[in-house]
Design a protein around this ligand. Structure first.
Ligand SMILES: C[S@@+](CC[C@H](N)C(=O)[O-])C[C@H]1O[C@@H](n2cnc3c(N)ncnc32)[C@H](O)[C@@H]1O
Length: 322
């Protein structure tokens, strides 16, 4: 399977542009690893230089660029910066600005209300450790694949052979797909959104995985967990949003308020020797392990942050066993 997109680039240094040099260096370094691991989506720049507060992600020849503004007034990247970055990526990778997608916060805010923009739908396929995923850098709030959990997905996959796996807040089912490809006997993916459950289904088909033993359920995870009482799982993934509002939910979801219930209910579904992977992107989140006597919590955050992520606080992750 060698349809990964990893253009070769030159190594000439440009003394006038530290940003250009850094992106080139990062990409050249990662490309070797990417070829070896059949991966063509990764971060090529992660706020490495203070003057350039950007995250730039490579997705099979296209780029998703995020600007981290220091002030509320100036939420969007200044036009000179957009021009500079477009020019740099264009020069290194021989591409036009149509391959570069700036993630705008104003658009994000709008899309939070509508979930998707709707008109143009630009889907394409990327690979991660050999698995295929549909992504879209243009039409949705996020791309379809959260790159910061690449190593967590690999860890889950390594434990999944012959196992039953439950993926809560599954989004586009990337954890379940890695588990299924690694030989899971059964996976179940749960998410509230029609759009993402459908996207997940397409990801399963893209990887030629049968849906019969990989069902996808559209449900509120909090309600789902109450009803699922009679099933047992060997691996349970809980990777929820920090907060979430939806018409389909009675109350707002808030990780700090809702995590004890999520973990408590998941523990009831966990088989003997089973393991829960619990993760959050919330910087403020505080975990109180004393709420779960008899459980072992292991902070595996350091192991789950990928090599291309230089901001190490992107997420925190624990395994929970009992
Ligand atoms: C941060 S993403 C989860 C990322 C995902 N675990 C992954 O690996 O790609 C948040 C997801 O949670 C879903 N969601 C939000 N509130 C939910 C709820 N109460 N029950 C089920 N899914 C929910 C959203 O639709 C969205 O797909």
């Amino acid at each position: 399977m060698n349809d990964i997109v990893l253009p070769a680039i030159g190594d000439g240094e440009d003394k006038s542009s530290p940003l250009k040099n850094r992106i080139r260096k990062n990409y050249r370094h990662l490309r070797k690893w990417a070829r070896r691991t059949e991966t063509d989506c990764f971060r090529v720049y992660d706020r490495d230089i203070k003057e350039y507060p950007l995250a730039i992600d490579f997705y099979a020849g296209r780029f998703s660029v995020q600007y981290f503004s220091s002030s509320r007034e100036e939420a969007e990247a200044p036009p000179e910066l957009v021009e500079e970055v477009d020019g740099i990526l264009g020069a290194i990778f021989q591409i036009g600005p149509d391959m570069i997608y700036w993630r705008s916060r104003i658009r994000r805010r709008k899309m939070e209300q509508y979930e998707k923009k709707g008109e143009r739908k630009e889907f394409f396929t990327v690979r991660e450790y050999g698995a295929a995923f549909k992504v879209n850098l243009q039409d949705y709030l996020d791309t379809g694949l959260f790159l910061d959990h690449r190593e967590t997905r690999r860890m889950v996959a390594s434990l999944s052979k012959g196992k039953r796996v439950l993926n809560l807040f599954a989004y586009t089912c990337s954890f379940s797909i890695h588990a299924a490809l690694a030989g899971a006997a059964f996976t179940k993916s749960v998410d509230l959104s029609n759009t993402y459950t459908e996207w997940g289904r397409e990801n399963f088909l893209l990887n030629a995985l049968p849906l019969e033993n990989n069902p996808i359920v559209r449900a509120d995870c909090l309600k789902f967990l109450e009803k699922e009482a009679s099933s047992r799982y060997d691996v349970i993934i809980i990777d929820p949003p920090t907060i979430s509002r939806s018409k389909k939910m009675e109350d707002m979801f808030d990780i700090q308020k809702d995590y004890p219930f999520l973990i408590e209910q998941s523990l009831k579904l966990l088989s003997e020797n089973g393991v829960i992977f619990f993760s959050t992107n919330s910087r403020k989140f505080a975990l109180d392990t004393s709420l779960f006597p008899g459980c072992q919590f292991r902070d595996i955050s350091e192991k789950t942050i990928p090599i291309d992520f230089h901001q190490k606080k992107i997420h925190r992750c624990w395994t929970i066993t009992q």
